[in-house]
Write a protein that binds this ligand. Structure first.
Ligand SMILES: Cc1cc2nc3c(=O)[nH]c(=O)nc-3n(C[C@H](O)[C@H](O)[C@H](O)COP(=O)(O)O)c2cc1C
Length: 151
């Protein structure tokens, strides 16, 4: 299975989350920042994991926006692609803006007929240690189901 994990970060939380997933759950994945994402052909990827950060007023960062535009411009549907989005933000920005990058990418990937492996997760930066357990459970359940169905 070809897996791509993408993160963007200024203060380190989304890097920490992406790196945690890479190191502890999916060590054979490709682990890149959104800046480097366009080097990879999405049609070669089976599982896409995004750890996007939210800046401005519930907006994407410049590098995330480039990847988002790439997704928008692609006239493809990717029914084979499974994805999971877990992004760290700050609850103090209010419910509409909190980790809104998660919603933006979720909407876009669904439009391309990609399938979520579990509901996307918005994480307050103060809750990152506990959220890592949820992320681990969701991804390992998905991997276990895939392994079981191969027997
Ligand atoms: C200028 C600025 C704007 C921000 N806007 C939002 C926002 O709209 N929603 C949100 O959830 N967090 C917002 N944040 C908080 C960051 O998303 C939060 O600090 C998060 O931990 C950053 O991820 P990182 O540690 O990976 O850089 C903002 C932070 C800054 C500095």
């Amino acid at each position: 299975m070809n897996t791509l994990i993408l993160y963007d970060t200024l203060y380190g939380h989304n890097f920490e989350l992406g790196n945690f997933i890479y190191q502890t759950i999916l060590p054979s994945a490709i682990f890149l920042s959104f800046k480097e994402a366009l080097q990879v052909k999405l049609d070669s990827i089976d599982l896409l994991i995004l750890c996007p950060c939210t800046y401005g007023e519930g907006q994407l960062t410049a590098s995330e926006e480039k990847f988002y535009n790439y997704l928008c411009q692609c006239q493809f549907s990717v029914p084979r692609l499974v994805y999971y989005i877990a992004g760290v933000g700050d609850k103090n920005f209010g419910p509409a803006k909190f980790a809104n990058a998660v919603n933006i990418f979720d909407r876009q990937l669904r439009q391309h007929a990609a399938s979520p492996l579990a509901s996307s997760l918005k994480i307050d930066y103060e809750d990152l240690p506990t959220a890592q357990q949820t992320v681990t459970d969701e991804i390992t359940n998905f991997l276990r189901k895939g392994r079981d169905s191969n027997y």
